[in-house]
Write a protein that binds this ligand. Sequence first.
Ligand SMILES: *[C@@H]1O[C@H](CO)[C@@H](O)[C@H](O)[C@H]1NC(C)=O
Ligand SMILES: *[C@@H]1O[C@H](CO)[C@@H](O)[C@H](O)[C@H]1NC(C)=O
Ligand SMILES: *[C@@H]1O[C@H](CO)[C@@H](O)[C@H](O)[C@H]1NC(C)=O
Ligand SMILES: *[C@@H]1O[C@H](CO)[C@@H](O)[C@H](O)[C@H]1NC(C)=O
Ligand SMILES: *[C@@H]1O[C@H](CO)[C@@H](O)[C@H](O)[C@H]1NC(C)=O
Length: 939
Amino acid sequence: MALLLSPAKLVLLAVHLSVKADIDSLTALAARHGTLFRKDLILRIILTYLPETLQSKKYVRFIEQLETGAFPETVTAQHIDYSAVEALTDDEAAKKVRKLHLLPLNLADIPGEATDDATTLFLLRRSYRVDEEAGLLDELPSLLLPFLDHSPCIRSLMVSTILPLLRRNCEYYPQEPISYTLLGFQQLPDRVAVNLLLSQTGLREADLALVGRDLKGMVGPWLYNEKRWKETKRCQSYGSVPGPQDGDGANDDLCPGWEQVLQWLTAHASKNWKVAVSAIEQWDGPGDVDLGGWSVMWLSDQEQDHLEQSYARAALASAYLIPEASVKALEGAYSIVAKITSLLDQDPASPLPSSLAMLPPLADQITGTITSARNAAYMRNDLLVASNLLTSPSKTSTTFLRALILSALLLTRAGSPCTLRRAGELSLLRDEREQKSEANKLIHALGPNTDDKFWIKARNEILWLRDWGAEDGTSSSDDQPKGVFSQLKKEFLEVEILKALLGNTRYTLARSIYEDSTDHPLAKIVLQDTIYATAMTAYDNASNPNRTRGGLKKCDEILKAFPKTIEKSAAATKKIEALLQATHALAEFRLVLKQGEPFTPVVLRVHTDPISIIGKILEQNPRSYTRLHDLVDIGSRMVQAGLRAHEEVGHGVISAPEQELTQRLTAERRIVAMCIDAALIEDDFETAYSYVVNRLTAKPISMQSATVVDEYSWKAALQAGKYRRTGQTVRPTHLGTASGNPEIRHLEQRIECLAAALRIAPAPTLQEILNAFRRAEEELDAAVKAEAEQEDAWDTAGDSIHTGMPGGFTPPASFNKHPATATAKPVTSSSRRHQAEEAAPMSLFNLSRASVMSAQKNLSALSSLQRSAGLMGGSGKNTTAEEKPGPASAIGSDGEDGHQQKRARKRDQLANAAMGTLVSGVGWLISAPAPPQPGTDRE
Ligand SMILES: *[C@@H]1O[C@H](CO)[C@@H](O)[C@H](O)[C@H]1NC(C)=O
Ligand SMILES: *[C@@H]1O[C@H](CO)[C@@H](O)[C@H](O)[C@H]1NC(C)=O
Ligand SMILES: *[C@@H]1O[C@H](CO)[C@@H](O)[C@H](O)[C@H]1NC(C)=O
Ligand SMILES: *[C@@H]1O[C@H](CO)[C@@H](O)[C@H](O)[C@H]1NC(C)=O
Ligand SMILES: *[C@@H]1O[C@H](CO)[C@@H](O)[C@H](O)[C@H]1NC(C)=O
């Protein structure tokens, strides 16, 4: 009965069965009416009417059977339900068939070669439709896989288009699919397609582990398509190694999609290096492809070679492009170079940790012009071009890169971050200043650390950074070091290392390397200089002036750490020792130089006037003037330490020891003067007086001091001479041999001070001192007179008391030694009384200023003075009068009066003393004998 149906009805039935997706019946129909249903007719019906949503496995067998034309026995037995078309007339059926609008198998826009094979065409068209109409991309493999070998076209679609897209949209990133149909995607320009495939790769930190998968699973398959390659260019580029002249443009175009992959890689290296590193770590390059088991590699050797070389180049470029100066980033760079080394079948690079530990000798493997300065630009530009030596895959380029990575890593790990590119610039550009600054930064970053092993390692690393492990002996002299510190002398680095060792108190280690070792990394003189300089650095860094602590202790220890190099007796050692002593001595005092800032040792060292610090001590430490000896000692050590007021520097003619002696004396006098001033400020006249008498006058002034301009002593003496007793004045603790009348005693002491001032003051100042002297003298006169009058009154009253009061008061003989009882009755010598009774005689100090000046200078005047002084003191023997009239004879006339043969008046005694000092002050010039000591005439 079925045999009666017209072809039109059979076609309609086939359409009907297709729409119902009744594959079994359809199969039977096709099998039974093979002559009617030519393959292409039934395929067009299926293409047009079989629902696209139907699972592939439901009809793929049928397609296969159609293709082979061999239907199994069971199929022919299948019952077919013809009822759907039986009722139609043949005309109706024919009309309906004309309206079927069966889709053609051929399509102009279908890429491909198999234009005449119906099955192939069907499969392609069906694939697009399933994707477009049903969105069932994932149904396509089961449709196409049985036909992979049917046509290269099918395989190519399947492997290089559907597989990547399927993975991208359905497997890897189903949340972010590419919004293109299969056909649309297939027709995209290569570069756009690659970018879309990789658009999600490595976006999230968690996806980093999957970057390699993406490249293997999407890029790899995608490349396996003849259409990705440009035929014409291929022919040009193959056959020869790409040179600078061909290369760039041609290679770029050879496989644009691949070039895009490389650009994707390098772009990530600079903006998200972890992605690039993950990619290279996880992907062995274009040969490392996951074709889902659906195909095998079919690229030509040349193509393969091009891909591998360009991949290696891009990988090396990526390493250079990593912009981050972190250990992680540099480790990433190292893993890149290690990977490329192995991909290029070079000797494997040792693992990073062992490289860092062993610091391999890389210099000798870096040959040719790769270290030329002009290659520096290649770290920024043209990274992928063939002429770029840095990224051209070769033993030299990978070794150079390794050396740079290790260098940057050593720097970064030590705490001085350095990018790979920076390391490259240091090495290639050889800018000494840059290298030096980097070396200093590194060494500075090393501390603080007190582990000897750490420092041994650090030293090895620093030296390696200079020459990258070049053999010292073997390299010829013109063979420059290639490392990042190539321009720095080894000595410079050793010095800096030594400083760091000392700075970190690694004294024993420093000694063992630089003093005890047989190879003597530093010349002795350099070693010495460095040790001194470092000791001073430690000193300057100290905050506490106590030499048993902190920086000063360090300074001390550094000097002692090199017994064979630093001799105790060396001038420089002594100088520093003096400095330490001076500073340490300051620690005992309270000392603030600037508001709120406690004193630090360096202040002493750089002070423009270090002795003035003693003045601060005196101001800030009550009664510290009593420690005159200590303070003078500090001053002396300051001088020994070479500290001096800046204007003093450069006394040309005087030899150094002489100069130092001069300075010490100057310092001593100045400090004594400061102490005198301080004592006066604290109203301790007695101490000031004793300093004037004992320190300013008692000490004979030596020859050398002639060159010293001493503007301190006379001022202090004058100051003491001007001091007036007040209620605050510290009371003397004992009176010694002086007068029991405190006022008179005080005036006498003042006059003594003025006499001292007179002796040592420069000529232009004498008048001022003389004025003060005269006023003091007048006061003394008045005081003596008053005392005498009072004494008389006592005497008068005393008689009556003695007579009127039995057991009355009798002053003891030694009364004037007991000031406590002085108020009972003023004690005086008869000389004073005597004096009071007489008219004021001619005073020495009626001398005019000019005459005193000439007296100081003029030898004849001096001898006259001396004679007069001698006369007055009663110890001089020569009495020959001076012919010349003048001040001296005026005095002489006083002396010649002959009034005072036995008991010199006190007042004259003083004048005598002053005169004596005046003479002695200049007397040494003419080798005159010392004047009599004051008080020798006293009974
Ligand atoms: C300087 O002193 C500080 C503390 O005062 C110390 O931490 C540092 O290590 C010292 N530097 C040197 C170079 O001695
Ligand atoms: C210096 O420091 C030590 C302890 O380190 C202390 O015993 C000594 O008194 C200090 N000296 C001065 C002058 O402060
Ligand atoms: C000495 O000086 C005093 C006071 O200045 C004066 O009274 C006296 O007349 C002077 N004597 C002579 C001799 O000039
Ligand atoms: C000493 O001084 C007198 C006058 O005061 C003068 O005539 C004489 O030349 C001076 N002698 C010397 C050596 O300067
Ligand atoms: C005193 O003068 C004589 C010569 O007239 C001289 O020999 C003697 O040394 C002088 N004595 C003194 C202490 O100047």
